[in-house]
Design a binder for this molecule. Structure first.
Ligand SMILES: Cc1cc2nc3c(=O)[nH]c(=O)nc-3n(C[C@H](O)[C@H](O)[C@H](O)COP(=O)(O)O)c2cc1C
Length: 158
C-alpha cells in the first residue's frame, strides 16, 4: 500500500530545505512564478538543476511555452515574498521589485542567489513534472537563507 499523501507531506517536512521562487513567462510574455522547495542540483558538467512543478499550477504550462526558468533562492528576510508566490494566480509581480534576466524570466531583487536556466528536459513525476534546466547565468550575495522545516518558515539559528 502506498503511503497516504498527507502522511508523506508530514514526513517530508522533516527534510529541511531552502525556499525558492521559480520564475518563468508565458508564450504571451506574461510573467509567472511559484514558491518551490522541490529544487535540486543534478549535474556539474553539464551544469543542470531540476525543479518539480505540480501539474495543477497556473504557471505549469509556461515552462514548456517559454523553455526557460530562473531559480530565485530566498534570503531569511523574504518570507512574505515566499507567501505571496505560494498563492495561485493573480498579479504576483505587482509591488515586487525585479528585473528581467537574459533568459527573459524575472530575477527578484534581494535574493540570496539566482540561477538562470534553459529548459533541456522534462520527466514525468506523478502529479508533478520534473523540469531540468541548464544553468546559463548565476549569481550570489552575502546573507542567510530562508528555510522550510516541518511546515514552517525558519532561519539559521531558530
Ligand atoms: C514552502 C513551499 C514550497 C513549495 N514547493 C512547491 C514545489 O516544489 N512545487 C510546486 O509545484 N509547488 C510548490 N509549492 C506550492 C506552490 O507555491 C503553489 O501551488 C502556488 O500557488 C503555485 O502558483 P501558480 O498556481 O500561480 O503557478 C510550495 C509552497 C510552499 C509554501
Amino acid at each position: 500500500m502506498p503511503i497516504d499523501k498527507n502522511e508523506l507531506r508530514r514526513v517530508m517536512g522533516h527534510f529541511a530545505t531552502g525556499v525558492t521562487i521559480i520564475t518563468t513567462h508565458a508564450g504571451s510574455g506574461a510573467l509567472h512564478g511559484l514558491t518551490a522547495n522541490a529544487f535540486s542540483s543534478v549535474s556539474l558538467m553539464p551544469p543542470l538543476v531540476l525543479v518539480c512543478v505540480d501539474k495543477k499550477c497556473e504557471s505549469y504550462p509556461c515552462f514548456e511555452e517559454s523553455k526557460v526558468f530562473t531559480v530565485n533562492i530566498l534570503g531569511d528576510d523574504q518570507e512574505s515574498l515566499s507567501r505571496k508566490f505560494a498563492v495561485s494566480g493573480g498579479e504576483k509581480f505587482q509591488g515586487v521589485a525585479y528585473r528581467v534576466g537574459a533568459n527573459g524570466a524575472p530575477i527578484l531583487d534581494g535574493v540570496l542567489a539566482y540561477l538562470e536556466c534553459k529548459l533541456t528536459d522534462t520527466c514525468e513525476g506523478g502529479d508533478h513534472t520534473i523540469y531540468i534546466g541548464e544553468v546559463e547565468e548565476a549569481e550570489t550575495r552575502e546573507g542567510k537563507p530562508l528555510l522550510f522545516f516541518r511546515g514552517g518558515y525558519r532561519s539559521i539559528g531558530d
